[in-house]
Design a protein around this ligand. Structure first.
Ligand code: PLP
Length: 394
């Protein structure tokens, strides 16, 4: 498993499921072990100074990580996959590759940790971000300045589930020589492959659907750009944002069933969204699979299904009632995060998005009763009954 051939060409194995199970991996050459071993080693023996088998030190590269990187690249149809110690470490590495004075245009409705990183870490370092509603490509283009270097897209957005047109925005950004990065954590490559729609980089929190079992923290960037791949590997080597081999192994085990899990996440989420949409206690339901969703047609074009995330408001937008529902559910677990086999429920205004100031939250429509669901793979009837009972109780 030489380090140089880390990422197999994306077109080698064909179907998604085949790539999910096999890409980046081969039986271990020394033992025949079918599963990629956890190479729990920091360093590698050299035959003579500088004479090694592709690995020198595990901050730079590690065979378990190499296998995962090849797998993730193949799933996104990318030339390069680069794994990080977390999703935000991947975002950090991308932004750190910019220079003081550079400007970023980012989705105004995005992962709370991304907002915190851009506002509280990079703003003081003279890297500035404008947050804009990306459902209007003209508004995005109007936010570009001479210093804009990066367009940061999240779609579907978190937690408002808006759908952003990757292709339209990539065209506009590229006309201004701006790099386009898409946080594909919610959709996963099974439902959406941003590089096919013109994006330059894809960011993943593999902590979520790719890992799929809520048992690891890991991030990844996939890209066809040799230049960006080199910059990001340089960042990992220099700043130490490398994932450990055990986490890489767990992520690899997760991606093998990504296609199976996503089918179930999508089918249960679609049915739950319909149930909520018809429920008397519920106000607006935000799920791109509902024909009433403003981004439905775009989601149909850009995604192969609508994912496992749903947000909804109560009919009277009462925050206390929202909190009472979180307390009343039994199958759903009250927790941050998403994308695991277990169903989670949370309250963005006081949990995941509390780092966004209340004024900003109100501006984008993140209301006080908004509840976010990560629909797991439990039996559908149990999920439906649980929510229905909790809603009736308040
Ligand atoms: C969780 C998440 C991240 C951050 O990933 P970590 O692995 O927690 O660092 C980034 N973007 C989105 C959309 C996420 O859900």
């Amino acid at each position: 498993m030489p380090a140089s051939s880390s990422n197999e060409p994306a077109d080698a194995p064909s179907g998604f499921g085949t790539r999910a199970v096999h890409a980046g991996q081969q039986p271990d050459p020394s033992t025949g072990a079918v599963m990629t071993p956890i190479y729990q080693s920091s360093t590698y023996a050299q035959a003579a100074p500088g004479e090694h088998q592709g690995y020198e030190y595990s901050r730079v590269s590690n065979p378990t990580r190499t296998a995962l990187e090849g797998n993730l690249a193949a799933l996104e149809g990318a030339e390069h996959g680069i794994a990080f110690s977390s999703g935000v470490a991947g975002i950090d590495a991308i932004v750190k590759s910019l220079r003081p004075g550079d400007h970023i245009v980012a989705t105004d409705d995005l992962y709370g940790g991304t907002y915190r990183l851009l506002e509280e870490v990079f703003e003081p370092l003279d890297i500035h971000t404008s947050f804009v509603d990306m459902s209007d490509p003209d508004a995005v283009e109007a936010a570009f300045t001479d210093d804009t270097q990066l367009l940061w897209v999240e779609t579907p957005t978190n937690p408002l589930m808006r759908v952003v047109d990757i292709e339209a925005l990539s065209e506009r950004a590229h006309a201004h020589d701006i790099t386009v990065a898409v946080d594909n954590t919610f959709a996963t490559p099974y439902l959406q492959q941003p590089l096919d729609h013109g994006a330059d980089m894809v960011l993943h929190s593999a902590t979520k659907y790719l890992g799929g079992h809520s048992d690891l923290i890991l991030g990844a960037v996939c890209t066809n750009s040799d230049e960006w791949a080199e910059k990001l590997r340089f960042q990992i080597k220099s700043t130490g944002a490398a994932p450990g081999p055990m986490d890489c192994f767990l992520a690899l085990r997760g991606t093998k069933t990504l296609h199976l899990r996503m089918e179930q996440h999508c089918s249960s989420a679609r049915r739950l969204a319909q149930m909520l949409n018809a429920h008397e206690k519920v106000g607006l339901v935000r799920y791109p699979g509902l024909p009433s969703h403003p981004g439905h047609a775009l989601a149909q074009k850009q995604m192969s299904d609508y994912g496992g995330m749903i947000s909804f408001e109560l009919d009277d937008d009462d925050m206390d009632k929202a909190l009472a529902i979180l307390d009343a559910v039994e199958v759903f677990t009250l927790a941050e995060s998403l994308g695991g086999v277990e169903s989670l429920i949370e309250h963005p205004a006081s949990m995941t998005h509390a780092s966004i100031p209340a004024k900003e939250r109100r501006k984008i429509g993140l209301t006080d009763s908004l509840i976010r669901l990560s629909v797991g793979v439990e039996s559908f009837d149990d999920l439906q009954d649980d929510l229905d009972r909790a809603l009736r109780q308040v």
